[in-house]
Design a protein around this ligand. Structure first.
Ligand SMILES: *Cc1c(COP(=O)(O)O)cnc(C)c1O
Length: 354
């Protein structure tokens, strides 16, 4: 029986996607070949890649003439460097909202100057800084839309006259945003889109070609665009499963419809965290993430009891990241509301029996 999977990543995917993907490992669309053994140059795979890219554009409501969608390797962590390689000429602005932002800043510093506009590190990243302005004379502004570890999420993006680069690894396709505000969006697949191994990048084509450095082919958005993400062998399975998940999302009614469900799940867990006297939310209320709810037990002595109850209820992956402690319930697109209800029931049970 399936567990209630609250894992932060790699994470739960839709049941129908697991089924279709496992069938395709044996025989892809009755071709007599596994998806794992077909050539990435074959018509069958080129169609999969094209479909994944066009579905991504459709969900993000981006224009194919303006934006290119890439599926690359190396994870979101590789994009910390790759984005800077392609866009950082002298100085860029970064918002420091957590571990992943800090890692992006570290990589960018290898290539140029970084101005950190604001940071919430002083409060162990439990909020999103708001009182800063994006300078108009820097190369770009980089932010992390959802801070997976700390459970905070940017609700309103600042006004910016310079290109905006965003790490959306843990909330891509989860809520409606005007995605055309961004010049580069990147997201590791394993949080809300597919299995680990592929990273989706949406690039506004006109933002490229402005830096003077020589860019190695494997780090160049332009060379990846020129080869339709097939400069080298792409992560075929990961792209295939991402395509299935994006098709599933369309059947669900797209990003707008999934946002409603995500909101419902988030409301359910946060209202219990706030109601139940045994628990305390970690993130500032107005910055709470719809994807990752972080919370702690006020009385650590109840930990073994709570852990036992969650285990009995077949709940997986709610241990908090070591830099926050406590618990983290990750509620990505494919997590059913029912799973959140099971967790909430266990929290109530602890209250009754404590
Ligand atoms: C998980 C995560 C990353 C790192 O992704 P990798 O694909 O493992 O490199 C980066 N940014 C955010 C926001 C994440 O949640």
């Amino acid at each position: 029986m399936k567990q209630h999977n609250f894992s932060a990543g790699p994470c739960i995917l839709p049941e129908s996607v697991f089924k279709e993907a496992s069938q395709a490992v044996l025989d892809l669309n009755k071709t007599g070949l596994s998806v794992l053994e077909i050539s990435h140059r074959s018509k069958g795979f080129v169609e999969i890649m094209e479909k994944a890219r066009s579905l991504a554009l459709e969900h993000l409501k981006l224009d194919a003439n303006e934006y290119a969608i890439l599926f690359l390797q190396g994870g979101a962590s590789y994009q910390f460097l790759m984005a800077a390689y392609n866009l950082l000429e002298s100085k860029a602005a970064y918002l420091d909202t957590g571990t992943w932002s800090a890692k992006a800043i570290k990589e960018a510093k290898l290539l140029g100057e970084v101005e950190v506009l604001a940071s919430s590190k002083d409060q162990n990243y439990n909020y999103i800084p708001k009182y800063y302005t994006v300078p108009s004379n820097l190369d770009y502004f980089h932010c992390t839309s959802n801070n997976t570890i700390f459970g905070t999420q940017i609700k309103d993006f600042p006004k910016s006259d310079i290109p905006v680069v965003c790490d959306m690894s843990s909330d891509i396709f989860s809520r409606e945003i005007d995605f055309s505000y961004f010049d580069v969006i990147y997201a590791g697949a394993q949080k809300n889109m597919g299995p680990a191994g592929a990273t989706m990048v949406a690039v506004k084509k006109e933002s490229l070609g402005k830096v003077t450095r020589a860019i190695p082919s494997m780090l160049s958005y332009q060379s990846m665009i020129d080869k339709d993400s097939m400069f080298n062998t792409p992560p075929v399975f990961s792209v295939y499963v991402s395509m299935l998940t994006l098709s599933w999302l369309k059947e669900q009614g797209g990003v707008a419809a999934i946002e409603k469900k995500n909101q419902e799940k988030a409301n359910l867990i946060y209202s219990e965290i706030d109601r139940n006297p045994l628990f305390e939310g970690f993130a500032a209320k107005e910055d709470r993430s719809m994807m990752n709810a972080t919370f702690t037990l006020k009385n650590e002595d109840l930990k073994s009891k709570f852990d036992q109850y969650t285990k009995e209820a077949r709940i997986n992956g709610i241990n908090g990241h070591r830099s926050v402690g406590g618990y983290r319930a990750s509620m990505y697109n494919a997590l059913p509301l029912k799973s959140v209800q099971v967790l909430v029931d266990v929290m109530k049970e602890l209250e009754r029996k404590a």
